[in-house]
Design a protein around this ligand. Structure first.
Ligand code: GRG
Length: 270
């Protein structure tokens, strides 16, 4: 299957589950439930798809992991809602729509972000039949989303005015890379993969997480692309993509969708 068709079919799969998992619009507090729904609209679903593809590469079954992958997307959506707030990026638009606070007000957007984060862990507590696995996944995800991961990267990003290469690398690894790497690792964990395979898929995720942010910087003429120029930034991203692919190439055919995803992330235009 061509990567575009693959992404479309997996996005449909994730979206169906995702919107079924959030509270009904008729339930109170209606405004927050509306804001949550709004925050989940659009989006490429890269992280849940990476989770599903990693699980498959490690011999797992996608259907066992749909809830886990939705929990990951909820954390991503919360981070975008909070990142758009006036006290952070102050963005009016997200995914081609009004940002959550522009449509529902700042207070409701904060609540919607908090609710998505809470809902994610509520979901994880019973996401699979294996309670020990649910707990391990929650630990992994909370680490990646917390101060040693995404929040850590965001904090350094907003507190440093002049960013050198090392600072940018720290920000990229933590703000963007941590959740992407955790998505891959969690997919492998859920497939009950051997430690060696979990490590390989985590490594793949770490490389590809960096690539994701470098490409984002190239598209926005920011960060590393601004510092070293878009051509050098792309060459660097290409090198990292090759490293990502070679860390899982020993898995042969099973690694194919992930390698195609890596190329898609490197060459994406949005
Ligand atoms: C506010 C807790 C908190 C964290 C913010 C991840 C993050 C940290 C902010 C997101 C802002 C941003 C634009 C980061 C750059 C890379 C990135 C995560 C882009 C958006 O991800 P995509 O392209 O978005 O996967 P879609 O819309 O496709 O889901």
């Amino acid at each position: 299957m061509h990567i575009k068709e693959y992404l479309k079919s997996k996005k449909n799969l994730v979206d169906k589950e995702l919107f079924a998992l959030i509270p009904d619009l008729k339930e109170r507090p209606k405004i927050v439930h509306k804001a949550i729904r709004h925050a989940l609209k659009g989006g490429k679903r890269v992280r849940p798809i990476l989770c599903l593809a990693s699980s498959k590469a490690a011999g797992g079954r996608e259907k066992d992991l749909l809830k886990v992958s939705c929990a990951i997307e909820m954390i991503h959506a919360y981070s975008l809602v909070h990142d758009d707030l006036p006290s952070m990026d102050n963005a009016d638009y997200r995914r081609g729509l009004l940002s959550c606070h522009k449509k529902f007000g700042v207070a409701n957007a904060i609540l919607a972000g908090d609710a998505l984060l809470t809902l994610s862990f509520n979901l994880l507590s019973g996401a699979t039949k294996d309670l020990a696995l649910n707990s391990k996944v929650a630990k992994e995800l909370s680490y990646a989303a917390g101060t040693f991961g995404m929040i850590g990267g965001q904090a350094i990003d907003i507190s440093s005015s002049e960013k050198d290469l090392l600072t940018l690398e720290y920000i990229n690894i933590h703000k963007t890379g941590a959740l992407i790497a955790a998505s891959c690792k969690i997919g492998a964990m859920a497939a009950k993969a051997k430690p060696k395979d979990i490590s390989a898929l985590f490594k793949f995720g770490e490389y590809i997480g960096l690539v994701f942010q470098i490409v984002d910087d190239i598209l926005d003429s920011e960060g590393i692309a601004k510092l070293i120029g878009p051509k050098r930034a792309y060459e660097y991203a290409k090198e990292l993509t090759e490293k990502a692919k070679s860390s899982i190439s020993y898995q042969g055919k099973r690694a194919r969708p992930l390698c195609d995803l890596a190329d898609f992330i490197l060459n994406r235009k949005h």
